[in-house]
Design a protein around this ligand. Structure first.
Ligand code: SF4
Length: 228
């Protein structure tokens, strides 16, 4: 309850135009961070985050291969308790080869910090590994071509909680007909992971008045992970 009051106060500070979080909560237990990649079942092909990143770096499965600067496979802990999924790299990410850099990335980093994590303790990825030109929305053929990379990443990462950021990530995880407004505020499932959809940080930069709802979503994710 004390933690809840603290977080509520931190959010109230943000609503007043200051920061998402001025205090970092206790870092979650590190035991799960030490977990190794799962061993493949007998006869199953081995897989690894590195193999996925290598394959994506050379990938030409869809038309975005022709216009990308760098592939952005994702980054973070090898065995995170929580994974954040966005829709696709933007201009900054395409230039740096890393997910969620730039202004939206800075906001996501503060959101993660408000939950008591660092970026290194979570995993951050996108549905698409290459930037759509002009930051347009991902197209169905691109999502179909690229989705297997994220599917394999999530199988290896085996997080307790997945937070899709925005409608495209929510649709990939929960079904093509969903809207972010229709699915946020409830807990969903992807395999054994709980799915807690929330708004994309880029949307929150345009609509800061929605940060309160996003904070409620992050609190729901924290409640699943338990007291720390
Ligand atoms: S977006 Fe995905 S499927 Fe398309 S070229 Fe990039 S890595 Fe390959």
């Amino acid at each position: 309850m004390a933690t809840r009051r603290l977080l509520d106060r931190l959010w109230a500070e943000d609503a007043a135009g200051r920061s998402w979080c001025r205090v970092r909560l206790q870092v979650p237990p590190a035991a799960s961070e030490k977990r190794a990649d799962p061993a493949p079942a007998d006869g199953a092909p081995s897989d690894s985050l590195e193999a996925i990143a290598r394959e994506a770096a050379a990938c030409t499965r869809c038309k975005l291969a022709a216009s990308r600067t760098r592939v952005v496979p994702g980054e973070g802990a090898r065995a995170p308790r929580i994974v954040f999924v966005g829709e696709a790299p933007g201009a900054d990410e395409d230039r740096e080869g890393r997910p969620f850099v730039g202004r939206a990335g800075a906001l996501l980093t503060r959101m993660i910090a408000a939950m008591g994590f660092t970026r290194e303790q979570v995993f951050i990825a996108n549905v698409l590994k290459c930037r759509p030109p002009g930051n347009r929305s991902p197209e169905p053929d691109e999502i179909a071509a690229c989705g297997d990379y994220l599917r394999r990443q999530l199988a290896l990462l085996a997080p307790e909680v997945i937070v899709p950021l925005g409608a495209h990530a929510a649709r990939w995880l929960l079904g093509s007909a969903v809207t972010i407004g229709g699915v946020r505020g409830r807990i969903h499932a992807y395999g054994t992971a709980k799915v807690v959809p929330t708004f994309h940080p880029s949307y929150l930069l345009r609509k800061p008045e929605e940060k309160g709802k996003a904070w409620e979503d992050l609190q729901a994710a924290m409640a699943i992970l338990g007291p720390r």
